[in-house]
Structures are given as structure tokens and as C-alpha cells.
Design a protein around this ligand. Sequence first.
Ligand SMILES: CC(C)(COP(=O)(O)OP(=O)(O)OC[C@H]1O[C@@H](n2cnc3c(N)ncnc32)[C@H](O)[C@@H]1OP(=O)(O)O)[C@@H](O)C(=O)NCCC(=O)NCCS
Length: 187
Amino acid sequence: MTMTFHSATLKDKDTIFEWLDNPHVQEFWDNSPQHRQDIENFMGGRQTRSPYFGGMNSYWVGLLDNHPYAFIITHEESEKTDPPEIYKPYISKTGKTFGIDFCIGSKNHLGKGLAAPTLKAFMHYFIKAVEPKTDIFYIDPFINNPRAIHVYQKAGFKIVSEFTQQGGFFDQSKGVLMIKEISSEQI
Ligand SMILES: CC(C)(COP(=O)(O)OP(=O)(O)OC[C@H]1O[C@@H](n2cnc3c(N)ncnc32)[C@H](O)[C@@H]1OP(=O)(O)O)[C@@H](O)C(=O)NCCC(=O)NCCS
């Protein structure tokens, strides 16, 4: 069983958009046309400026034995990106901080115990192949998503605070901020 990852390209568009149509994804993910436009903008190499969070998201596809099944978003947070107040204490002072959004997009791979191992494998890939200076990842599931919270704890994330979403697709939803610090021994 081999997990691999690549940056999303236009070849992945139909697969990703099919995943975004799945009810289990729509329950917790932004399904707005603006989000889809941003994904397409990224897949096309960001030739034009994206208004969706300033085009700060990068999109990744996870494959299990060459079959696509997971969809991941990363976005860097720093003093420059002006994150919400509750995130500021967790911005790394020694390296880089990346937020993650995660889903098992493929219905055939859902509920098979793949989520925590995939997230761990992705963070390993990201540090090795994309941004070696990353030493903090964060993830911020909603409180009404205990399955995701459980899986993230299994992947080594710890709850550090609670928040209420201000604006966006899930305005006023309550969530938890979860942090994973990466030590050099873990890489
Ligand atoms: C959250 C998500 C990634 C989990 O993937 P998955 O394939 O369902 O998860 P897995 O099969 O790997 O593991 C599920 C674990 O959650 C547990 N679980 C299931 N329902 C649960 C619940 N209501 N409360 C707590 N734990 C629950 C399972 O028992 C299992 O734990 P175990 O391995 O310790 O037995 C997936 O459901 C998903 O993509 N959902 C839609 C998008 C989403 O919610 N993303 C997170 C947004 S932050």
C-alpha cells in the first residue's frame, strides 16, 4: 500500500470536482463556485489573481497505489498573512506554519482507516518535498465533526483552543484549533 501526493493539475479537475459533489464532503467543505474557481485557477498555474483568500491556497491530490482518493489544501500563515487573533500564538517563530484542510474525497476509500495515516504521510511528504522549514501544522475542524477531530488526534494534532468562524461559507460555526509541532526527529 503506497501513498503518494502531487500538486493538483487540470488533469485532476473532474475527479476533484466529483469529490466536491459528494454529500460527505459538502457537509464540511466550502462548496461555493468561488472555491471551485480558485481550485481551477491554481490548477492552471495561477495565471490571474484569485480573489478567493487572495489565492493563498495550494491544492494536493493523494493517491493510494496510484488511485486518487484524498484532497488536501495547504496555506501558509505568518505575521504577513494577518491570521485571526487566536491563531497568532501558534505561528512558528523558528520555521514555517501551514494550515491544512483535508478530506477523503473518494467514497470507495471512506471509512477504511486511511485518514490518519494519509495525513501523516502527507505532512512527511510536504516537509521532505515541498517546504522543509515547516515546523507547525494546524487544522481547524468544526465541533460538529467529531470524526475529523478524532482522526486528527490520531495523526498527532492537539486541541489548543475553540473559535467561532467569522465570515465565509461557514460563518458563525464553532470549531477547534488543533496544532501539530514537528520536531527534527519526526521528519
Ligand atoms: C474526516 C474524514 C477525513 C475521515 O476520514 P474517514 O475515512 O471517514 O476516517 P477513517 O476511516 O480513517 O477513521 C475514522 C475514525 O473516526 C472514528 N469515528 C467515526 N465516527 C466518529 C464520530 N462520530 N465521533 C468520533 N469518532 C468517530 C472511527 O471509529 C475511526 O476511528 P478509529 O480508527 O480509531 O476506529 C472524512 O470523513 C472526510 O473526508 N469527511 C468529509 C470532509 C471533512 O469532514 N473534512 C474535515 C474538515 S476539517
